[in-house]
Design a protein around this ligand. Structure first.
Ligand SMILES: [Zn+2]
Length: 70
């Protein structure tokens, strides 16, 4: 019985995680295309088309600048 209850709690927690993930997906939570870190809502608000987290964006821009300058 105790094991069954523990299993149920596990399942409920999984459901809760799935629900939260679905909610985040609905809200348009985005993940960095480089490192899969979540892109913060503040960053999305500032730049809705952001595809990278702030760290990867900085690195991307640094590389782009370096490429332009040869
Ligand atoms: Zn990133």
């Amino acid at each position: 019985m105790i094991e069954a209850a523990a299993e149920m709690v596990d399942r409920e927690r999984d459901n809760e995680i799935a629900r939260i993930q679905a909610e985040l997906a609905e809200e348009g939570e985005d993940f960095c295309i480089e490192c899969d870190d979540p892109i913060t809502p503040a960053r999305k608000a500032a730049l809705p088309s952001a595809e990278r987290c702030i760290h990867c964006q900085a690195e991307h821009e640094r590389k782009a600048r370096a490429a332009r300058h040869g």
